[in-house]
Ligand binder design. Structure first.
Ligand code: FRU
Length: 503
């Protein structure tokens, strides 16, 4: 069916593509493993011209189990090369989530000054105990040795996981932030050599804390337009009751002095990283060169509510598009801003651009696509609601829009296609957003079975998976009330990074 859809477009050029990347629902410019199960992104580190993406992986099946670190590298965050599994379950110890660093000063002694080791810090999991472990590589992450002195932190806890480690220049030590899920807090540890760790402090429960805390990250982030000014961001993912139900990520803004994180905001305030249903365990790359200076986040494009039942085969799960982060000063305080990394723009094919279109005229264009970027600036002109339906045909559609009476942007996937695998799947997800001067800006990334919406110049993100018929390709425009105008509209087909031509 998918093949028919491609041939019908008359594309003659068909670059050699792994057959694996042509199955129904396969994302074309997002990362997914060739086969089997994947969850959290792990060990995100940049080294020697390569972005490393390790990930929670079951090498033996398409559901969770036998957790190991899968591995891929990319020069540009878009085109990924699969590498062999980096860290495998061994002696009954699974390899849970964690991070990786380049130990440039060779503090660990695992490498040499000339050949600094890459060190992975992960949770070793058994049914009764979770402890922190390290492993190292001196060949650019291709082969790994588990440290003989593991574990490096053992509190005797059943739940204690997901270490994120970075070098903190000001205090001259490695810092680890790691979660104690059931206590809804994170611990900070310090180390001179990645082997000996000293407890520094704990943070939490604060914010959303009625379910388990997992996969923390901590980093300084520049404030837009305030040259050199930064504030610290602490990301904490929660297992359920997140913005769109099920699992999701929250963040705190504050200060970190090498020992303690202090929240700038009242403890009960909750700030969501993403308001869609499918963005979990979001963590950022370490060691991106200062000359680049970006802080880049990627999240697991799924939700624990239904993760193991989504209808894909022979693989299950994808990662979100990587996003460059910043903080923005708003009347409510500092807020996280996310933009798809600029490398996405290198996938753009010839755009269709329009200006000053009313919604009926836009609808009459009969636009189509399964893998594209759409940027729209909309003057509401009194509209109660404006809607752009994508991946649509007949009654099937995923609707993205702005509801002026509610003051929200939304993705409505109630009629998006297959959704019977979980009661909560076919739903509408919203995020509050003001429309100053009656203007709404939407940036949309669509990739066969996914929709990522960035609104308010990155102030709000919503990420949702959908499972439409591959023939559902129409882009439709509609509104309720007023006379809204698309002051600008641009649509770029995006190239496949796995070799499939776009429509
Ligand atoms: C989050 C998580 C982590 C854990 C991993 C196990 O999705 O539960 O806390 O390390 O998945 O696969």
């Amino acid at each position: 069916m998918v093949l028919t859809a491609i041939l019908a477009t008359g594309c003659t050029e068909r670059p050699a593509a792994p057959v694996a990347y042509r199955e129904p629902f396969r994302l074309q410019y997002h990362f997914s493993p060739e086969k089997n199960w994947m969850n959290d992104p792990n060990g995100l580190v940049y080294h020697d011209g390569e972005y490393h993406l390790f990930y929670q992986h079951n090498p033996y099946g398409d559901r969770w189990g036998h957790m190991s670190w899968g591995h891929a590298v990319s020069p540009d965050l878009m085109h990924w090369e699969h590498l062999p599994v980096a860290l495998e379950e061994e002696d009954g110890i699974m390899i849970f989530s964690g991070s990786a660093v380049v130990d440039t000063r060779n503090t660990s002694g695992f490498g040499t000054a000339d050949q600094p080791p890459m060190v992975a810090i992960y949770t070793g999991h058994t049914d009764t105990l979770q402890t922190q472990h390290i492993a190292y590589s001196v060949d650019r992450g291709r082969t790994w040795t588990k440290y003989a002195g593991n574990p490096v932190i053992d509190l005797g806890l059943k739940d204690f996981r997901d270490p994120k480690v970075f070098w903190h220049d000001e205090s001259g030590q490695w810092i680890m932030v790691v979660s104690v899920p059931a206590e809804h807090n994170v611990h900070f540890y310090g180390s001179p050599d990645l082997k000996e760790w000293t407890f520094l402090s704990a943070f939490g429960p604060e914010g959303a804390s009625d379910s388990i805390w997992e996969c923390p990250d901590l980093f300084p982030l520049p404030i837009e337009g305030r040259d050199g000014a930064t504030r610290w961001v602490l990301i904490v993912n929660i297992g359920s009751n997140a913005a769109a139900g099920g699992s999701g990520g929250q963040y705190f803004v504050g200060s970190f002095d090498g020992k303690t994180f202090t929240n700038d905001n009242p403890p009960e305030q909750v700030l969501w990283v993403d308001h869609g249903a499918d963005f979990y365990a979001g963590v950022t790359w370490g060691d991106i060169p200062e000359s680049d200076g970006r802080r880049i986040l990627i999240g697991w494009f799924n939700n624990w509510q239904y993760a193991q039942d989504i209808p894909t085969s022979p693989w299950r799960s994808a990662q979100s598009v990587p996003r460059a982060l910043a903080l923005r000063e708003t009347p409510q305080g500092l807020r996280l801003v996310q933009h798809p990394v600029r490398e996405v723009e290198s996938l753009r094919e010839t755009p269709q651009t329009f200006a000053g279109l009313d919604f009926a005229a836009a609808d009459a264009l009969g636009l189509k696509g399964n893998q594209f970027e759409l940027n729209a600036e909309i003057a509401l002109n009194g509209a109660d609601r404006v809607e752009i339906a994508v991946l649509a045909r007949g009654a099937e559609q995923t609707v993205v829009g702005y509801d002026a009476s509610e003051g929200v942007v939304f993705i409505d996937r109630t009629a998006s296609g297959i959704g019977d695998f979980h009661d909560a799947f076919l739903a509408r997800h919203t995020a509050p957003l003001a429309a100053p001067d009656g203007i709404v800006r939407l940036r949309l990334l669509v990739d066969w079975s996914s929709v990522e919406l960035f609104a308010g110049d990155g102030l709000v993100a919503l990420s949702d998976r959908v499972f439409p018929d591959p023939e559902s390709q129409s882009i439709r425009f509609s509104h309720a009330g007023g006379s809204p105008v698309l002051t600008s509209l641009a649509i770029w087909p995006l190239k496949s990074t796995w070799g499939r031509p776009s429509l």
